[in-house]
Structure formats: structure tokens, C-alpha cells
Design a protein around this ligand. Sequence first.
Ligand code: GLU
Length: 515
Amino acid sequence: MEIRTRFAPSPTGFLHVGGARTALFNYLYAKAKGGKFILRIEDTDQDRSTLDSEKTILESMQWLGIHWDEGPDIGGEYGPYRQSERLEIYKKFTNLLLEKNLAYRCFCTPEELEAKKKQADAMGIPNVYDGVHANMTPKEIQAKLDAKVPYSIRFRVPHKQVIVDDLIQGKVKFDTKLIGDFIIVKSDGFPSYNYAVVIDDYLMKISHVIRGVGHLSNTPRQILIYEALGFPLPQFAHVSEIVGTDGKKLSKRAGATSILAFRDLGYTNECFANYIALLGWSPEDSQEYIKKEKLERIFDIERCSKSPAMFDVFKKMSEEEKESVSLNSLTTVELGNYLNPKSKLNWLSNKHICDMEMNELMKEISPFLEIANIPSEYKDINNTTIRDIVYSIRVYLDRLSQAPPYIEEFFRVEINFENEEAKQILENANAKTVVHEFYNFLQSSNPKTPQDYKNLMEEVGKKTEQKGKNLFMPIRVATTGKTQGLELPILFSLLGVEKLLKRIAHLTKESVLKI
Ligand code: GLU
């Protein structure tokens, strides 16, 4: 049997972590098994579906490197791939169900249904539809139809136990008593989710339905439809819930932000896909740093876990903070302040950045070079100086967006002290001597490589009889204004003698030093 999986988003917002994880698992499973991955847009909620949302979802998937074999934009053998374009198909099956008396028209008004719901809520019992119109005579029905009374169509739910045999959750039993006759076609003529999804999954020959565990409770309804229409069941796999650092389900306010925000924050798509692949799945060898090409080979539903997966990207927020801030509506820079610096995502990201092939890294970093405050010729990703700079700073980056301040550092002629503490280091007499000697050695020798600078600093150490922190800290502060940063020999070889001399000379002008 050919493996065919699908991602079936409703275009009612952006793609968030939960959706992206579902899309990725379906894609990876199809890839690993040599099957096909299908994208289907479930836009039957006419009030909430928008084309803009569909576009954002597609853009997010493309960014993540999730490629579909069939979909609304590229077509395929089983199209159309937008539910709103498949109404005629559903109608055929609805007529069949009506003919077989497996479904019936419900003429209840929204007000009547609302009143029933309120009553059930007040009594503290589940709101199960009472089936008032389940047994109307053909004459009664015709009279309502002639009077043009709007109606929905409900599925006649048989009383039985339904067992969902799930690849991840195991066998889960449901009693249909608590389901009640549910709507399969709404009064606007559009099918409900639980109905359309079955017809489409069957007609599109979907072999595995992989989705969030939130949909497990919908599955018995869907199974009843499969049975009524005589369709074979696909394999179901409901993946675990995703929780935030507070252990609570991700909400749009606290964590379920748009996937594109992570692109803008400077995470690479490969790293982000690696991270979300680990939300509820782990490889046999427990290695967490995994390249996309390997994920596409080794992913398997069998290794998915039932336990909630922790999305540790954002810091734990207090309840008050959650009330006042919605992560979802922040700018990228603001959102950056809520990142958890110790997240697994950052750890993976740094590894991916360091491991990336240089041409690839330059391509990924180029949007951030664009916004860096540096001469325009260095924004060219083929410029060898900027390539050397990026190469040397990459180990310090958890996100590509952190690159500009490091890069700008190389182009600064005059330094600014990061704080008073840094400035005070140069007030010490020994420190002044060290910088003085460093300046002299710079003038008299012609260092180029990191090794040349290492040797030069050793000479300065010998001459001034200073070593360790007492030697390199004054030099670092006098040349960068900061107490930490890149390894000095590497930094110096990139800055060059001329710029170093200028920086130190500038301190003399500012009367911090006398050279
Ligand atoms: N349209 C549904 C959603 O976005 C799809 C659920 C499913 O995969 O069956 O949640």
C-alpha cells in the first residue's frame, strides 16, 4: 500500500507550532516511507477562512522546507485540494446518506439550539442533541422545505461503542451516547469538518491520518461516517500535546506564535524543523542534533510518545504577565526579550549555524547583513572580508539576528565603553603600560594572522611582566570597549593594524590614555 499522508489546515490564522509539527510529522513520515504528502485546505468555515491565511500557511511551510506533492497551488490527481471547491462531491454522499436514512434534516433554529445548550449547561449535563427532527414523516419534511425553512443535516448516530485503534495512543474506547446526532452539513450548505474530512481522506487515498491529540475526540464521529459510507479506515496517529515552560498547553497569547516569527528572530529553517521534530518524537540513537536529510530518512510514527512535549523556547511567564502580554502581537525585537536563552532551540541553533556550509550560512545571514550598520560593499555575501568575519563570529550566535552587533564591531573606528567597569580597567597604571606597549608593538611589527597577534601579545606580556587577565583585559577594553567577545587574535587579524591603532589613538584623544 502506498503511504499517503496529509496536512489539512483551516486557513483561519497563521501557522503556529502545533500545526507546523503536524505538517512536519506528516511530511517526514511520507518521505521516510517513500510515500506522498498532500496539502489540503479545509476552508469550510466561511466566516473565518481567508486567502491571506492560506498564503501565510503555505509560506510558513515553504520556509520550513515542507514540500507537498499535491496541493491547491500545484494540483494533483485527487483535486481540487480546497474543500470549498469540493461541495458537489460532498453533496453526492449526503444524498446517499439521506436516501439510506442514515442522516436527516434538522430544522432547529440557532436560537432553539442555543436554548438547549443553555439548559444542558445549567443542569450540568453534556449537551447531546435530542433528535427532535430525527423521525419526521416525508410529508412534514416536504412542508418545511416548501416553506423554505433553513435546515442543517445531521448524522444519525447509532448507539454503540467505537474503538479508535491509534498508532500512538493505543486503543481508545468511546461511547456514542455522549456524541448525539451531529451536523454534517451546515445550514449554509457547507459540510462540517468531521464530515468533509472523512470523504476527502477517503477520496484522496490517505493511508495515515497524523494530527494533534486534540482531534482524538473527533475520531469516533469520523469513524461512524467511514462505516456509514462503507469506506475502509485509515491508520490514525494522534501526536502528543505541546506544553510551554509552565507545563500548560500553548495558547496564542503564550507561545503559539506564528512560525514566521522564528524566521524573523534569526533561527534557520533546518534548525527549527529539527527542534519541532523532537516535540513528541525521538530517534533510536537519542541524538538530538539532526540534519533535515537524516530526519527525512529515519522519522517513524512508532517512536512518537504519548507524553506532552515541552516547547521551551519562551521564558516562563507569570500569570500576570500572561494577562498583560500577548506574545502573538509583539514585534520581533520585543518577542526576542521573551526567549529562553537556555532553550534546546538555542542550543541546536548554535550547532546548526556552526555546522553550516559557508555559502549556505552567508545566504541565510544576508537579510541580517542588509540591516547591519556597515559599509554597503560588505553586505555582498561574496566579499571575502565579511565572509571571514561571519566565519569567526558564528560560534557566538544562537540566532542569525545576533550577528549585526558583532559585525558592526569590526567597522567601528572609535570605541564606546560598554560600561563604567570597562572604563575603570584602563585607570590602573599597569593596564595603561600594557596598552602602551601593545600600541608600540603594533606600530613596529606588521602582524597579519591570528598567530602573529598571539606572538605579539606574548611579547607585550614579557615586556610588561603581565599575564593572563592583567594582560589581555586592558588590551581587549582598549580595542573594543568591552570586557568580553571574540578571541582577540582572531578579532585583531580581522580588524587589521590600522584600525587597532586608530581605536587606541582615539582613547588618547579622549584623555583615557596617553600614548
Ligand atoms: N482542519 C483541521 C484543523 O485544522 C484538520 C484536522 C485533521 O487533521 O483532521 O485542525
